[in-house]
Design a protein around this ligand. Structure first.
Ligand code: SAH
Ligand code: SF4
Ligand code: F3S
Length: 477
């Protein structure tokens, strides 16, 4: 659940790994920025936009918060423990701030948006609170703090997509990168805080997305992951001058094709797909391009129709199964992963059993699994009682986790004995005698280094053995 290396992962609460030390792109001020990110991949991507804005203003980045002039923490509100983790981390910053009172401490992202200026009262060491649509204002806000004030900007926007800002790649392997294609969410799932912290859904200009993919490919990148809370509702309409006829909107399937056409050597992934919106057109587009990876993250949340209805997911059990059938029909070799919530308000044992039976039906390759955590302000918090005892939520979660463990093992065992095309990402975590990289279905493979091949190259790897998370094999090219 917390694997940082799971590249299409968008929903964990992990801490940013080693950020690179980068030099200013604008006139140097000698000031140092430290930025740490939590939450989904969107947040990690936003931190790259923040860094780009401040590098342009003469900042450089540092890996050590103790020597930083500005310390930012980009936060997540998705579950209560995500917020708790941030508060604990802020406590750790306190002694650094005592030693260096000039240090600016800023809270960015979803928690900043949720708590707004209340944050300044709750956490005394915080100087700046900035929501996800206000990052262009950061240089001004830092100036205000330098002048001795506290600063807050949590305005949400209907237009901001940061399309013109070139993100700096903060902790990149130089091979795989994320491209944000939309922001916000209009779905209002009843358990979810995202529509409140990220605002209305908006799609980024298609040309800026394709250009970012082209620039990454030209810089040696071999894999891009297109990011959005609900990529299937991507829709970009070209602005037209008065008197001109309107052009048809670009949908997600068409965007995918355009990015895939940047080069057959550039792998394309995406996340997250919403079961209510994923179309056959998207599935056929995936099937048509060899370089669009055959892997779909399709969060189910619950396998029971009544619970799905309370969750306001706007699909039912049968609809979800039909979408899975369509995926299997159009791409028999496609990997599927999911998100599951256990113990949502009023969920009965029978309804929980339907989540387990859905898992048996799909046999997911991978899953992120959570006990329901009530979030203030959401529809569920307003309408329903959080009535499932914590120990029942946890027991149901354990059942779901155990089932997934056996399915992951089963799926990987099916990959054993087959040859997989793998993009080498680097040395394996355990040993520099081994390379690691993913197959099309996003499964991590580990295989002995072969001097003929370097990270960033594609190789064919024969899978010989597996655990429930990794395939082991050797290069057969
Ligand atoms: N946009 C994605 C999900 C974003 S949040 C989608 O629609 O699928 C990532 C995951 O966190 C969700 O899929 C859900 O499983 C989980 N989650 C969200 N709110 C939660 C809550 N209040 N309690 C527990 N899990 C939650
Ligand atoms: Fe949250 Fe639902 Fe939007 Fe996903 S689709 S971000 S779960 S409201
Ligand atoms: Fe992402 Fe967490 Fe916000 S999952 S959108 S950082 S609440």
């Amino acid at each position: 659940m917390l694997e940082l290396e799971h590249t299409t992962k968008t929903h964990d609460e992990a801490r940013q790994g080693e950020a690179l030390e980068l030099l200013p792109t604008g006139k140097s001020t000698g000031r140092k920025l430290y930025i740490e990110s939590y939450g989904c991949q969107m947040n990690f991507s936003d931190s790259e936009i923040v860094a780009s804005i401040l590098l342009d203003k003469g900042f450089e980045t540092t890996k050590d918060y103790k020597e930083a002039d500005v310390v930012f923490i980009n936060t997540c509100s998705i579950r209560e423990n995500a917020e708790q983790r941030v508060r604990n981390r802020l406590k750790e910053f306190e002694s650094a701030k005592t030693k260096n009172p000039g240090m600016v401490v800023g809270v960015l992202g979803c928690m900043a948006e949720r708590l707004k200026s209340k944050f300044l009262e709750e956490e005394k060491l915080v100087d700046v609170v900035v929501g996800p649509d206000a990052y262009r204002d950061l240089p001004n806000l830092i100036e205000k703090v330098d002048d001795g004030a506290k600063a807050v900007n949590v305005l949400l926007s209907r237009e901001e997509t940061y399309a013109d800002i070139n993100p700096v790649r903060l902790n990149s392997n130089g091979i795989s990168a994320f491209i944000s294609i939309m922001r916000g969410c209009d779905n209002m799932c009843s358990f979810c805080v995202v529509p409140f912290t990220r605002g209305r859904e908006r799609s980024r200009d298609v040309h800026s997305i394709v250009k970012e993919a082209e620039d990454l490919f030209a810089a040696g990148y071999k894999e891009v992951t297109l990011l959005g809370q609900n990529v299937d509702s991507y829709k970009f309409t070209e602005p037209v001058a008065e008197g001109e006829t309107a052009k048809p909107a670009v949908n997600f399937a068409q965007l995918l094709a355009k990015v895939a056409e940047v080069s057959p050597e550039l792998r394309v992934r995406f996340s997250t797909s919403h079961p209510k919106d994923i179309t056959d057109e998207v599935l056929y587009t995936m099937a048509r391009y060899e370089n669009i990876c055959k892997y779909i993250h399709l969060p189910v949340q619950s396998g029971n129709t009544r619970v799905l209805d309370l969750m306001n997911r706007t699909y039912d059990r049968e609809w979800y199964m039909e979408r899975v059938d369509a995926i299997r029909r159009i791409m028999p070799d496609c990997g599927i992963s999911t998100d599951v919530i256990t113990g949502f308000c009023t969920e009965t044992e029978e309804e929980h059993a339907e989540t387990l039976s859905m898992m048996d039906y799909v046999q997911y390759d991978f899953a992120y699994m959570f006990a329901y955590s009530e979030r203030p302000g959401t529809l569920a918090a307003k309408r329903y009682e959080d009535d499932i005892p914590e120990e029942v939520k946890k027991r149901r979660l354990t059942e779901v986790v155990n089932k997934q463990q056996s399915h992951s093992l089963y799926r990987l065992q099916n990959y054993v004995g087959k040859v997989h095309k793998v993009l080498i990402e680097g040395f394996s975590k355990r040993s520099d005698q081994d390379y690691c990289g993913r197959n099309d279905q996003n499964t991590m493979m580990v295989f002995p280094v072969d001097a003929r091949f370097k990270p960033g190259q594609y190789v064919h790897v024969s899978a010989e053995r597996c655990t429930s998370a990794t395939l082991m094999g050797h290069i057969v090219d």
